[in-house]
Design a protein around this ligand. Structure first.
Ligand SMILES: [Zn+2]
Ligand SMILES: [Zn+2]
Length: 169
């Protein structure tokens, strides 16, 4: 469970131990997707008037693909979190560690904060390995596995320049 009753929080701090599903509505198009639910833990406590402090951790596994060969990749994500939830004024709303509670809110919802931290912590995959050869642009063969028989790509961008110089063949 990732939503906490504010009345109860004012009485005593709550233990955070919940999972944010990979299918949760909080995720948006283009987010680096978790392979499984993201585990959120820690402690949520009252921190003065209408302010709540979550100190804890998120853990999960992010899925992605190599930019050159499109091989599926995954990597662990684990990060400590320190977030304030508050009915904010404009100045504070600029602070990325402060989440605005809607006026008169009855619950503190950790899900937007989990997503925020996830976006900051999840690696954006570049290459499956430093020397990934990628896919052939013509036949699509994975050149890490074997070379294909396509002619090498000729860079035609210089043709116009060669003509100008009278070097065109
Ligand atoms: Zn690759
Ligand atoms: Zn090829």
């Amino acid at each position: 469970m990732l939503s906490f009753d504010i009345g109860a929080l004012q009485e005593q701090a709550a233990r955070v131990d919940g999972f944010l599903s990979r299918d949760d509505a909080v995720w948006q198009e283009g987010d680096p997707k978790p392979a499984t639910a993201v585990h959120a833990t820690g402690r949520l406590s009252s921190a003065g008037s209408e302010r709540y402090y979550w100190s804890g951790r998120i853990e999960g596994v992010v899925e992605g693909a190599c930019r050159r060969c499109l091989t599926g990749l995954s990597a662990p994500v684990g990060e400590d979190v320190h977030f304030i939830f508050a009915e904010t004024d404009d100045a504070e709303a600029e602070d990325p560690d402060v989440f605005a509670l809607p006026a008169g809110a009855h619950t503190v919802d950790l899900r937007p904060a989990i997503r925020e931290q996830w976006l900051l912590s999840a690696p954006t995959f570049a290459l499956c390995r430093e020397d990934c050869k990628g896919l052939c642009a013509k036949c699509g063969a994975d050149l890490n596995i074997a070379a294909c028989s396509c002619e090498p790509e000729v860079d035609t961008r210089w043709d116009a320049l060669r003509k100008l110089r009278g070097e065109a063949r």
